[in-house]
Ligand binder design. Structure first.
Ligand code: F6R
Length: 608
């Protein structure tokens, strides 16, 4: 949440700040701003809304460029997304940008108000500016001032700070939110929320650790750890592909990304399965005989991936598999020990709640694994075992290819661990890997339902509520379908276990209630069909996503059916993900909402 960039090169930095903010906009787009220092002055420009508003404003008023600058793209936490609350904030000589939340902000604000501080915005960030400014008035040693103020802050944050008159000093602080330092390919130093933000300037990246402070100039930098000792941190060589920032022939990143799914499934599976020999390779540290239970924790779409994984893992290992949302898991004092295999699932690898859950599990002695897409992320660095997904950079805020890669990893894991437990034999494993190998072809066939889904989307665009239903792995897919629809169309949608409807939600059914029912031809098809008939009897407006072989029988009941390719029970979660993604996308396109950057959201949720 929120993207930050800082540049110190001694040469013009404004264009670099803007190009980096373009790469950071996925982290939030409520407002944007940049500031530079030059000849003892501060120049700053900010605008509410997307980065293009800031660019337009700068075009009109002109730039006052400098050799040092900071920039920010905001996902609002404290204070409305207005220009006054946009970063950078200036307090006397202090200019700063911030990602995260200061939890003791109210108490610090009251303290400042009591000493007559003039607070201009509703943000917690400005409070930090006042504290630094006040400290500098007591003692003008900048390092001491920063260390003193940072020690007073509670919460998770990353900061980039400049001080008026100090045109060769860029300061960064990390506590709970990611922050990286880039050593310029050509010159200077950079501070940014992630390697992507630094990619236009630097391939040599240092990931700051919790509590680290960095003081960088054009020619040097020093890092202090949380005890304020100067430390050396590892420099990583990173290649970040900017090609991902191009929509290709598509109108939206979401379309580009879901049409990439056959390829990214292939890349991800190829990391774990040798499709010639059907041999699965998983990390040697994943020895299932050491564990008596598996816990999978994640948020949002990644949580639904984890739920799909639970069905597969329980079936293939006969072990208890618990799944929880990270924001609940971390505060419910779960019993954990070294017999637990803890798996976090995260596209970004930075989600604050999932990261905290991972740390809790580590601290309590679990072996930890991260199913993660960003190989340089904090979770990838901190987990004992990395289970990478190969989705490539996902730009659209709504995850599509990230999800399909997460379930690809969980599917291979369920085969690999199933073999270890003896619950699966070689023949079962070969059959399952062969089914996975069919996926790129099957998914391409699924795209053929697009025109039917567009027709349905045109109807859905007119309604206010939608229910998605499914059983077994189609239940999390129903929830994922509902989440995708809500987040990009703002239509209220819920996903339910089809068998659960009669315990309450069936009261919602009338002829105005559209229901999308996910009913692959599997062991629970007959049960789902009974649920379909219960709803039909009450006049619900039903569309069934089902197999080619079952579609006709549904149509005979006088109901709408969209036919997906016939597939095995194991891979049906992949196949039925496609129509729910397409439905959300085409409904959003029909309604004209902002598909790639829906309101109120951000790609990387680094606050809790
Ligand atoms: C929805 C979506 C979010 C994320 C969630 C976790 O389309 O993308 O629900 O899945 O914020 O993010 P990661 O996977 O980065 O931990």
């Amino acid at each position: 949440m929120c993207g930050i960039i800082g540049i110190v090169t001694g040469k013009s930095v404004a264009a670099g700040l803007i190009s980096s903010l373009k790469l950071l906009e996925y982290r939030g787009y409520d407002s944007a701003g940049i500031a530079t220092l030059q000849n003892g002055n501060i120049w700053r420009e900010r605008a509410a809304g997307k980065l293009e508003n800031l660019e337009q404003k700068i075009k009109e008023v002109g730039v006052v460029d400098g050799g040092i600058g900071i920039g920010h793209t905001r996902w609002a936490t404290h204070g409305a997304p207005t220009e006054v609350n946009a970063h950078p904030h200036i307090v006397d000589n202090v200019v700063l940008v911030h990602n995260g939340i200061i939890e003791n902000y109210q108490e610090l604000r009251e303290e400042l108000l009591a000493s007559n501080a003039k607070i201009m915005s509703d943000t917690d960030t400005e409070i930090i500016g006042h504290l630094i400014s006040r400290q500098l008035k007591i003692n003008d040693d900048i390092e001491i001032a920063i260390k003193t103020v940072v020690a007073k802050l509670r919460g998770a944050f990353a900061l980039a700070i400049m001080i008026k008159g100090q045109e060769d000093l860029l300061i960064g602080a990390r506590q709970g939110c990611p922050l990286a330092v880039g050593i310029g390919d050509v010159e200077g130093h950079y501070i940014g929320s992630d390697a992507l933000a630094l990619s236009p300037f630097s391939r040599q990246i240092i990931y700051l650790e919790e509590g680290d402070l960095v003081f960088a100039s054009t020619n040097s930098y020093k890092i202090f750890d949380k005890s304020h000792n100067e430390v050396t941190r590892q420099v990583n060589h990173i290649e970040v592909q900017n090609a991902a920032m191009d929509k290709g022939n598509h109108k939206h990143f979401m379309a580009k990304e879901f049409f990439e799914q056959p390829d990214v499934i292939n890349h991800t599976l190829a990391h774990y399965i040798d499709l010639e020999s059907n041999k699965i390779t998983i990390d040697a540290k994943l020895d299932i005989t050491k564990f008596d239970r598996i816990i999978i924790v994640s948020c949002g779409t990644a949580y639904y991936a984890a739920m799909v994984g639970k069905y597969w893992l329980e079936n293939s290992t006969n072990m208890a598999v618990e799944v929880d949302v990270a924001s609940e898991f971390r505060y419910r004092n779960p019993p954990l020990n070294d017999k637990c295999l803890f798996i976090v699932v995260s596209q970004s690898g930075e989600t604050a709640d999932s990261l905290a859950a991972l740390r809790l599990a580590k601290q309590k002695g679990c072996t930890t694994a991260a199913v993660v897409n960003v190989a340089t992320s904090t979770m990838a660095r901190e987990a004992d075992i990395i289970l990478p997904t190969f989705a490539g950079t996902e730009i659209c805020v709504a995850s599509t290819k990230g999800f399909i890669c997460q379930i690809s990893v969980l599917a291979t894991l369920s085969i690999g661990l199933g073999l270890q437990t003896g619950q699966l034999n070689q023949d079962d494993a070969i059959k399952m890997t062969q089914e996975l190998a069919q996926l790129p072809r099957l998914i391409n066939q699924c795209f053929e339902v697009e025109s039917d889904v567009i027709e349905l989307a045109n109807d859905i665009a007119k309604v206010e509520h939608v229910l998605f239903l499914g059983r077994h792995t189609s239940y999390p897919i129903a929830m994922e379908g509902a989440l995708k629809l809500k987040e990009i169309t703002y239509i209220h949608a819920e996903g339910y276990a089809a068998g659960e409807l009669k315990h309450g939600p069936i009261a919602l059914i009338d002829e105005k209630m559209p229901l999308i029912i996910i009913a692959p031809d599997n062991a629970v098809y007959e049960k789902t069909r009974s649920n379909i008939e219960e709803i039909a009897a009450r006049g619900g407006d039903i569309t069934v996503f089902t197999s080619e072989s079952r579609a006709k029988e549904i149509q005979k009941l006088g109901l709408k059916a969209i036919a997906l390719p016939d597939c095995s029970e194991f891979v049906s979660a992949f196949v039925y993900t496609i129509p729910v993604q397409l439905l959300a996308y085409h409904t959003a396109v029909h309604m004209g909402t902002d598909v790639d950057q829906p309101r109120n959201l951000a790609k990387s949720v680094t606050v809790e």
